[in-house]
Design a protein around this ligand. Sequence first.
Ligand code: GRF
Length: 364
Amino acid sequence: MAVSFLSDWDEVVALRNQLDSTGQKLVLTNGVFDVLHVGHTRYLAEARALGDALIVAINGDQSVRELKGPGRPINRAGDRAEVLCALESVDRVVIFEERRASAVIEAIRPHIYTKGGDYTADSLIDEEKALLDRLDIEIQILSLVAGKSTSATLSRMAKDEETLPRIAIFGSGQGSNAQAILEAIGSGQLLAECAAIFTDAEKAPIAEVAREYDVPLVKVDPGTTRGGYLTNAALKELTDRLTAMGVDLVVLAGFMRILRDPLLTVFEGRVLNIHPSLLPEYPGLRAVERALESGANETGTTIHLVDAGIDTGKILRQEAVSIEPGDSSTSLTEKIKAIEHRIFPQVIGELLAQSGKGSGDQAG
Ligand code: GRF
């Protein structure tokens, strides 16, 4: 049976020439596309928008086996091509058997060649880069869709989303830790579902992180209180909300409010905080600045369970950073955050695994 969705080379070249003669542009991309997900569909729509027609060159089954290893089940090339062709953004699909796309690029000579964002123009294979330059083909590196990757999709499917532990992230500021946690979830390193990001500062960058990663954003209304306290009514509402959402673990990542009962009792042992000092040193505000002012030669970060005190709960992990002579609070904060982004997802995974909520094969 003839497969109408699959284009032969002559047809593709004819399309290229026809576009060229009318000053239109042909875009080419290539990949495996064996588990089609939102990261792909958005990427392909973006690639298509760069020109007037999009050709997707997919690796044949043999080259997929070579690229991905024998453990990866093969979704047959014909099936992959048919699915891709059903997308509005895709005009033609061709299959190629070589590991590299050079021959396809040479045969099609698109006006624009696109790659996903884990590449840079410099990290393209030399051979491909030289060819693109020689043929005067524009290279466009498109950014990947945050948290939507094939490995994340596969690990979530393997785990069964219903049984994934659910976390809620609370923050008031930059949201860089929230982002690191969502990245770890997205990459499949941390097997968890983020039920929501809670914030008392809807204009803070953390709200943007929620939007970027497609996570519900919940506004925490502190009620009429002074300082960092939440009213009893606000705490009760929060507790009910977290319970209704089926949240297993509450993760405080730069949340500038103090949590009390009933939340702490209902979520006993299940509220985690990260603090930028080696506790018990410098609890509370301005921890980085106070460490600097003290003249000490090191500070660090601490991940701990939250109890009724300020930064006094059981310590789960600490890591030190050295304070260098030229350090400012900005440079020191950056160094501390780099560590936090690595260890926070790990500790969350460990805690979930210990509580029987995770699978034990969390981020290592
Ligand atoms: C982190 O340094 C954390 O230790 C402290 O607040 C900061 C939050 O930063 N509790 P970000 O909002 O995650 O970027």
